[in-house]
Design a protein around this ligand. Structure first.
Ligand code: COA
Length: 260
């Protein structure tokens, strides 16, 4: 696939998507959202890919938000459609991928940028990162899931404060909030993401995908997460990965999961 705004690299079972509009601080215009959606779909369908890292190009930004120049003159209907389509094709889509996605936040993650990082399965950041949902300072609210995922990650009170004040927080603050898992230097950010990815890749891809589904079920209206867990747990017993995992343990060797 050929893209204008993102770079996709594959290295064995690890894929990296880099949002590549550094002059616009990697702001998410319509084309970038569509390209990201296509790239994630393509990687999800690639059986060899076990983990995806998402990051931004340049030293300043992961993503500085949705591209304000594109929606400044939108109508009520156009605004609603922008949020609906974006959530469907990208933000909700990433969250429900069965391939783990790690956000490596390398600078500003604002508005749609933080929402994108929050749609990933977990986040790490470099110590120069700054995060926030500044939408109300523009007269709008977060539209790519920010009002839902931020309280899930940091709790309602902190989310309310961050959204209402439109404040930016540092990587260390974001870590103390539970918004990101690790803080490191800019140089060590991708190596750390790769180290975490390699730990994930030692484990059963089928079990990981069922675990993602079960964890996500906790946050879905009308879905009983405990029931999703029971079904996923049961399904594991019919997989080649389970046979390999248990056999390897009993034979005192490392498992080599077929991913089936
Ligand atoms: N949408 C469109 N363009 C954006 C953008 C966005 N969300 N964020 C940054 N850019 C563009 C700027 O317009 C500028 O373009 P130009 O060089 O053609 O004028 C370029 O990226 C560099 O940004 P600049 O503002 O000059 O960098 P800075 O270091 O002075 O400030 C920020 C960095 C992140 C504080 C500032 O860019 C900003 O506030 N961006 C908007 C953040 C936001 O509100 N996001 C939520 C959107 S819903």
């Amino acid at each position: 696939m050929k893209f204008n705004n993102i770079l996709v690299q594959k290295n064995d079972s690890l894929a990296q998507i880099t949002i590549n509009r550094p002059k616009k601080l990697n702001a998410l215009n319509k084309e970038t959202i569509s390209e990201l959606s296509d790239a994630f779909r393509d990687l999800e369908e690639d059986f060899n890919i076990k983990v995806i890292i998402l990051t931004g190009s340049g030293e300043k930004a992961f993503v500085a938000g949705a591209d304000i120049s594109e929606f400044a003159d939108f109508s009520v209907d156009e605004g609603g459609s922008l949020a609906k389509k974006g959530q469907e094709i990208l933000f909700d889509f990433i969250e429900s991928l069965t391939t783990p996605v790690i956000a490596a936040v390398n600078g500003f993650a604002l508005g749609g940028g933080l929402e994108l990082a929050m749609a990933c399965h977990f986040r790490i950041a470099s110590d120069n990162a700054k995060m926030g949902l500044p939408e109300v300072s523009l007269g709008v609210i977060p539209g790519y899931g920010g009002t839902q995922r931020l309280p899930q990650l940091v709790g309602k009170g902190k989310a309310m404060e961050l959204i209402m004040t439109a404040s930016m927080i540092s990587a260390e603050e974001a870590k103390s909030y539970g918004l990101i898992n690790h803080v490191t230097t800019p140089e060590e950010l991708l190596p750390l993401a790769e180290k975490l990815a390699s730990k994930i890749m030692r484990n059963s891809p089928v079990a990981i995908s069922l675990a993602i589904k079960a964890v996500n079920a906790n946050f879905k209206d009308g879905v009983n997460g405990f029931e999703t867990e029971i079904q996923g747990f049961g399904a594991c017993f019919g997989t080649e990965d389970f046979k390999e995992g248990t056999t390897a343990f009993l034979e005192k060797r490392k498992p080599n999961f077929p991913g089936k």
